[in-house]
Each structure stands twice: as structure tokens, then as C-alpha cells.
Design a protein around this ligand. Structure first.
Ligand code: MN
Length: 290
């Protein structure tokens, strides 16, 4: 049975994150979907395509902490550089994914890569906050940089495009990331006239972000920058595109635990939020130069 569609959401009004990211927050804030509607995905900030003028200043977000979850950044256009207090740094280029497990806590900063800043250009990104089950919230931070060459590759028949699997499994192809709770995430790069059908568990919270082009999914149409939210009924998704499209799939088993969320921290209880602020204020997240 096909998964029914709950809503096709157009992008809510954007806001700036620092001076480098102009994002549409689809959840949890944008549409009042609630803190758990897309669990284990807690937050989706989508920087729809925007042209940044050349700048000698690297736009972005200065040093800030995270605890209790993972941040996943996907670059579609432009390049983002980052540094964290665990000693990791790197550049997320087009088609690449940074999967950072903040867990017990890191400080990091995220900003436009130097040469991209100087040249300016088209910028399009996704940042996701993925919740961690309680038993993993205080585990050690880690960092995973994923290029298209590392991703699971499913090629559509007749060269109609490909699916790049980041984690979980689609059509027998697995992605390289081992998540802390069951998640399926992939980018679909579909050429004009492509059709594809695949299965996901009925209970997984599931959505599709149309990054490029337009699609027809389970009988409904969605344009670029729309987010398609599915009901938790049925297992089949059938996608087709006349124009060609790029689509991000998010699907995961809900984490049925209490949520206490405040600022950059995502915990289970208010006491743990207070502890996070106390640890941050006492320098227990390590050190990172601004
Ligand atoms: Mn951050």
C-alpha cells in the first residue's frame, strides 16, 4: 500500500542563522508540527538557493555548543567550512555530507569556505538535527565526512538517474553511516522522465524535500523547495518527474522518549538542560578559537 501524504509544505518565511545561512525552518518551528512529529529528525533548516555576493569576510556562525544529538549538513551548492573543539575541521563541498555526532558535547563554528566567500556564488544547504536515544546522548563526539564516492549507489534503469544512499537501505543498497537509531536517508538525482518506487517501514516518520525540479509522489505534485510530509500508513513511495529533480529523503523510526530542548541542547529532562548550560559556562565543552 502506498504511504498517504499528510501535507505538502511550502517553505516558511526565512530567517538568518548567523550572517551566512538564510534558512526556512520546516520543523519543529515553521509549521508547528511539534517536537516529535519527524522524530528522530528534530530540526530541518533549509537554505534554499540564494546568490551570495563576493566577500572578504567569511559569513557564517561563530563558536557555539551542541549536546544530545547529531548535526548533519548537506551541501547542494557552495561550500561550508567548519572547526570543532574535538579537533576536527574540514570543508563540505557540493554533493557532500558532514555527519557530526555532538553527543556529550562539542563547540564548533560553521562558515562559508574562504575561496567560495571571495568568489561568491550560488548557495544551497540543508542542516538537520537528529536526536539521539537517551543511552547515547553522553557518548563521545565523532565526526564523519561523506563524499559521493562513499555513498551507496543505486542506478536507475536506462540512465534515468541515481540514488545516493547516506544511511539505511533503499532497493538493496546501503549507506555508509551507522546511525544510533534506525534511519534511512538518501539523495535522489532524477533525470527528466524518471520513475522510481521503493519501500520504507510503515511506522517510520517520513518526508521528502524537493531540492530541485518538481515531482509527482504518490499521486500528488510537489515543486522545488516543498517538503512532503507522509502519514504513518502504507509502505510504498512512487516518485516520478517530468522536469528532472533532486530530492532528499528523510525516514526514521520514532524515538519514544521525553524531549527537553533549549537553544543548542537537546536532552530528555530539564535537569539535563541546566547541567548542559552549567558545563558550557564552566568550559567543560573544551575550547575553540573564534
Ligand atoms: Mn552548529
Amino acid at each position: 500500500m502506498k504511504k498517504q501524504i499528510e501535507k505538502v509544505l511550502t517553505p516558511p518565511a526565512p530567517h538568518m542563522v548567523g550572517d551566512g545561512f538564510r534558512v526556512h525552518n520546516f520543523f519543529p518551528g515553521g509549521y508547528g508540527l511539534g517536537l516529535k512529529r519527524m522524530s528522530p529528525f528534530f530540526l530541518l533548516d533549509y537554505n534554499a538557493k540564494i546568490e551570495f555576493p563576493p566577500s572578504t569576510h567569511q559569513r557564517g556562525v561563530g563558536v557555539h555548543p551542541h549536546r544530545g544529538f547529531e548535526t548533519v549538513t548537506i551541501a547542494y551548492h557552495g561550500k561550508v567550512a567548519h572547526h570543532d573543539s574535538a579537533g576536527h575541521s574540514g570543508v563540505i563541498g557540493e554533493g557532500e555530507v558532514q555527519w557530526m555526532t555532538a553527543a556529550s558535547g562539542v563547540l564548533h563554528k560553521e562558515y562559508h569556505e574562504k575561496e567560495f566567500s571571495q568568489a561568491g556564488g550560488l548557495f544551497q544547504m540543508v542542516q538537520l538535527w537528529i536526536n539521539l536515544p537517551a543511552r547515547y546522548k553522553m557518548s563521545a563526539p565523532k565526526y564523519n565526512s561523506i563524499t559521493p564516492a562513499n555513498m551507496g549507489l543505486y542506478e536507475l534503469p536506462e540512465s534515468k538517474g541515481e540514488i545516493r544512499v547516506i544511511t539505511g537501505e533503499i532497493k538493496g543498497v546501503r549507506g555508509p553511516v551507522s546511525p544510533f537509531s534506525p534511519i534511512t536517508m538518501a539523495n535522489f538525482y532524477l533525470k527528466a522522465g524518471a520513475t522510481i518506487e521503493f519501500e520504507l517501514p510503515e511506522n517510520y516518520n517520513t518526508g521528502l524535500l524537493v531540492v530541485e525540479g518538481s515531482i509527482i509522489v504518490n499521486g500528488e505534485s510537489a515543486e522545488a523547495d516543498n517538503f512532503v510530509l507522509f502519514k504513518n500508513t502504507g509502505t510504498t513511495i512512487a516518485l516520478q518527474t517530468d522536469s528532472g529533480a533532486v530530492v532528499l529523503l528523510l525516514s526514521g523510526e520514532p524515538i519514544n522518549e521525553p524531549i527537553a530542548a533549549y537553544g543548542p541542547f537537546l536532552m530528555n529532562t530539564q535537569e539535563e538542560i541546566i547541567q548542559a548550560y552549567d558545563d558550557f559556562n564552566h568550559g567543560r565543552f573544551g575550547h575553540l578559537e573564534d
